[in-house]
Every structure is written in C-alpha cells, then in structure tokens.
Ligand binder design. Structure first.
Ligand code: NDP
Length: 249
C-alpha cells in the first residue's frame, strides 16, 4: 500500500510485535514514522530497519504509563516534526489473573498503560491535528474488549474502554476531518502471546475458523488502510482482524 507520502505518523509500542509491524508498514506507504516505546535500543533497531529499506523514522523514548514521559515525548516529537497526522495507540500490556485474586496494582497498571496512556497521548497530540484539519487516530483494541475473557477483567476493560474512547472522540473531531477508528486483533503471534502455554494456545486455535493465528503484518495492513485516503469516510469503526474468532456487530 502506498499513499502516505509526506505524512507524519507516531506509533506507540513500536519496539516489537504489532507496533513494530505498523511502523514498518506506514513507512513502506511513505510516512515518516516516530517510533515510541520504553526500550530505546530495540526502537533504534526498528528505526535502522526502516531507514535501511529507504523509509524515514526516528526513535523517541516514551512511557505511556507516565504522564510526565508522555508530555516530554509528545513535545520532542512535535519539535522534531511540527505535527503528528497519524497516531497509532498500540502500546499495551497484560497482567492476567482471576477477578478474585487480581491485585489492585494489576488493574491500575493495565488500565493506566492501555487506556489512560492512549487518552493522555491523544490529548497531547490533538491540538496541532485539529489546527491542521486532517488526522487519523487508530487505537489497537482487542477481540476480548468485545467478548470478554476469563482471567482478563483488567485487560478486557481497558480494551472495551478504548472502543468507547474511539467512538466518542470520533464524534468530537469529525468536523475537522479527523477520523478515529480501532483495530481489534484476535490471536496474533507476537512476544505478548509467546508466553501462552500449549493448552491456552489450543483453546485459542479451536475458536478460529481460519485455523491459524494472525500475523503482526496483517494487523499493520489494516492500520495502514485506516490511515489512508481510501478510509476517509470511515470513522468510529472497530475493524475486527481475527480470522473469524468473533463475528459480532
Ligand atoms: P508486545 O508485548 O509484543 O509489544 C507491546 C509493545 O508495547 C512493546 O513495543 C512495548 O515496548 C510497548 N509498551 C508496553 N508498555 C509500554 C509503556 N508503558 N510505554 C510505552 N510502550 C509500552 O505486544 P503485541 O505486539 O502483541 O501487542 C500490541 C498491541 O496489540 C497491544 O495493545 C495488545 O494489547 C494488542 N493486541 C495484541 C494481540 C495479540 O494476540 N498479540 C491481540 C489483541 C490485541 P517497550 O517494552 O519497549 O516499552
């Protein structure tokens, strides 16, 4: 996919997995990509990979769980590029456990990173986007934000919350030609899911009509589509990319 020449994008959680794949795909489509995450050496590797392929990228240390770090990181990106036109809120963590045993800290960490982090970073980058009267905000939610998942009340709540944020913000900023959408991946092979044991993996596979896990590139291609001019009339949408695992409304 091409068509993002000259656009400035920022991807959180770009140091590995789905975020890295999104950064590669947006750069392949022509965007200049600001790569954000905590692990600076992995970010530098991703930036080098993009540049080696002829794209443009720069790494920014940014911890979405820290309001201070979000402010500093957003400022650094805006100083460097002047604006962010495509924002991909992808950074996410899990701290699984059954409700009765879940610690308050596991709830706070997951909500803080997955939902509050996206809220604060979007708020920090929205003013120039509003002024520019063009923007694409793409939030990476999850199939479990739609279906729920035993052992993940914190994670599923954060992802369902992101869907609420997506649809509410979509209504707020549509008049400025800014679209806000979510991509809801199913079971994707990344470092996050590499920790699943064989039993969990089999249980997941049994629910996938297409009979295989998804790839990070398949998520990234959906993100690149939502960032493109071809998706200009789509807003407030949740795009399921899950091999048929969930076929809801
Ligand atoms: P990984 O664990 O492989 O990668 C997570 C990324 O998020 C890393 O780059 C990590 O970078 C970054 N990150 C985590 N915490 C923070 C933080 N506080 N500040 C900045 N960056 C942070 O996960 P995936 O690639 O699998 O997942 C990406 C997104 O997709 C997540 O939101 C996840 O919930 C969602 N998703 C994944 C699915 C899957 O099956 N894999 C399914 C559905 C949704 P660093 O450690 O360098 O900060």
């Amino acid at each position: 996919m091409a068509g993002l020449q000259g656009r400035i994008a920022l991807v959180t959680g770009a140091s590995q997995g789905i975020g890295r794949a999104c950064a590669l795909e947006l750069a392949r489509a022509g965007a200049t990509v600001a790569l954000a995450a905590r692990n600076e050496s992995r970010l530098a590797d991703v930036a080098a990979e993009i540049i080696a392929a002829g794209g443009q990228a720069a790494a920014f240390a940014l911890d979405v769980a820290s309001e201070e770090s979000i402010k500093t990181g957003a400022k650094a990106v805006l100083e460097r590029f002047g604006k962010v036109e495509i924002l991909v809120n992808n950074a996410g963590i899990t701290r699984d456990g059954l409700m009765m045993r879940m610690k308050r800290a596991d709830w706070d960490d997951v909500l803080g990173t997955n939902l509050t982090g996206a809220f604060l970073l979007t708020q920090a980058l929205l003013p120039p986007m509003l002024k520019n009267r063009w923007g694409r905000i793409i939030n990476i939610t999850s199939v479990v934000g739609r279906t729920g998942q035993a052992g993940q009340v914190n994670y599923a709540s954060s992802k369902a919350g992101l869907i609420g944020l997506t649809r509410s913000l979509a209504r707020e900023v549509a008049s400025r030609s800014i679209t806000v959408n979510a991509v809801a991946p199913g079971y994707i092979e990344t470092p996050m899911t590499a920790v699943l044991d064989e039993k969990q993996r089999e249980a997941m596979m049994a629910q996938i009509p297409l009979g295989r896990p998804g790839t990070d590139t398949e998520i990234a291609q959906s993100v690149a589509f939502l960032a493109s001019d071809g998706a200009a009339y789509i807003t407030g949408h949740v795009l399921d990319v899950n091999g048929g695992m969930f076929m809801g409304a």
